[in-house]
Design a protein around this ligand. Sequence first.
Ligand SMILES: *[C@@H]1O[C@H](CO)[C@@H](O)[C@H](O)[C@H]1NC(C)=O
Ligand SMILES: *[C@@H]1O[C@H](CO)[C@@H](O)[C@H](O)[C@H]1NC(C)=O
Ligand SMILES: *[C@@H]1O[C@H](CO)[C@@H](O)[C@H](O)[C@H]1NC(C)=O
Ligand SMILES: *[C@@H]1O[C@H](CO)[C@@H](O)[C@H](O)[C@H]1NC(C)=O
Ligand SMILES: *[C@@H]1O[C@H](CO)[C@@H](O)[C@H](O)[C@H]1NC(C)=O
Ligand SMILES: *[C@@H]1O[C@H](CO)[C@@H](O)[C@H](O)[C@H]1NC(C)=O
Length: 257
Amino acid sequence: MQVKIATTEIRNMALFRFIFLLFLSSCIFAVLADVSVENCSDNSTIPTAQMSANIDSLVAELASSTSQNRFSIATYGKGTDKVYGLGQCRGDVNSTDCTNCIQDAAKNIRTNCQNQTDAWLWQNDNCILRFDDDQFFGKVDPSSFANLYNNDHPQHPSAFKKQLDALISKVSSEAVVPANEGLGRGKSFSVASNATIYALTQCTRDLSRRSCSDCLNIAIGNFSKFCNNEKTVGCRVLYGSCYVRYEIYPFYYPLDS
Ligand SMILES: *[C@@H]1O[C@H](CO)[C@@H](O)[C@H](O)[C@H]1NC(C)=O
Ligand SMILES: *[C@@H]1O[C@H](CO)[C@@H](O)[C@H](O)[C@H]1NC(C)=O
Ligand SMILES: *[C@@H]1O[C@H](CO)[C@@H](O)[C@H](O)[C@H]1NC(C)=O
Ligand SMILES: *[C@@H]1O[C@H](CO)[C@@H](O)[C@H](O)[C@H]1NC(C)=O
Ligand SMILES: *[C@@H]1O[C@H](CO)[C@@H](O)[C@H](O)[C@H]1NC(C)=O
Ligand SMILES: *[C@@H]1O[C@H](CO)[C@@H](O)[C@H](O)[C@H]1NC(C)=O
C-alpha cells in the first residue's frame, strides 16, 4: 500500500487512510499495517541528466549494500551533480525481509519521486531509503514527517497515557545506546489501563546518540499533536531520520519479545 504525502496534508491523509482501512478490517481493532510513506520534496526538480543518472546509480548501490549490511550510506557523482543517500532496515526485520524491502523501496522511490533531488521513503514500515543533493548524514530534519493514527480510544485514557509515556521513555533510552543501532522496543501491561502496549523506536544509524535522542524527542514531544491528543490506541510518526510507533497489538519481530 502506498501513500503520497505533502507535509501539510499528512494529517488529513492519515485520517482518510484510517477510515478506508476500517471498512476492510473485521478485527476488534483496526490494524493499519504495511504502510509505505514517502516524502518527495515538490520544489526540488532534478537540474541535469547527469544528476538523474547519479541518483539511479546511488539508489542501485544502496539497494545492494543495504541488502548485505542492513545499513549503508553512499555518495555518487561530482560537483553540483553529487548526491547523498542512505538505506536502512528496521533492526528487528530479518535479512530476507530486509532485502525484499530495500529492493522494493529502490524501485518505488524513483517511480514515485521521479523529478526530485531529495526524497525519503519508509517502505512497508520495514526499511527506509533516502537521497538528497545536500549532505544530510547525521542531521535531523523535523520539517518533513508523516503521522498515522488509529481512531479507537483507550478504555482508561489517563492510565493509558501514563503507561505509554513510561514505555516510550524506556524504549527510547534503549534506542540511543550505540550497541542497539537505533532500535528500541518493548511492551508493558497495566491493570489500571487494562491494556498491553507495544512500542518501537528506530533511528537511522548515521545519527549520533544525541541526534537520535533529538529526533525521537521531536516525534514524542509532538505526540499530542500527531496522535489525536494521545486519545488513540495506536500511532506512528515517521521522519527521514527516525520512526516511532505504538499499538495495542504486537507489530514488531519477534512477536513475543
Ligand atoms: C515551492 O513551490 C511553491 C509553488 O510551486 C511555492 O509557492 C513555494 O514558495 C516554493 N517553496 C520553496 C521553499 O521554494
Ligand atoms: C522473516 O520474517 C518473516 C516475517 O515477516 C517470516 O515470514 C520469514 O519466515 C522470516 N524468514 C526467515 C529466514 O527467518
Ligand atoms: C518530470 O519532469 C519531466 C520533464 O522535466 C516531465 O515531463 C514529467 O511530467 C515530470 N514528472 C513528474 C511526476 O512531475
Ligand atoms: C519533505 O517535504 C517537505 C515539504 O515538501 C520538504 O521541505 C522536505 O525537504 C522534504 N524532505 C525530503 C527528505 O524529501
Ligand atoms: C478489559 O478489557 C476487556 C476487553 O478489552 C474487557 O472485556 C474487560 O471487561 C476489561 N476489564 C476491565 C476491568 O475494564
Ligand atoms: C514538534 O515538531 C516540530 C517540528 O515539526 C519541532 O520543531 C518541535 O521541536 C517539536 N516539538 C517538540 C515539543 O518536540
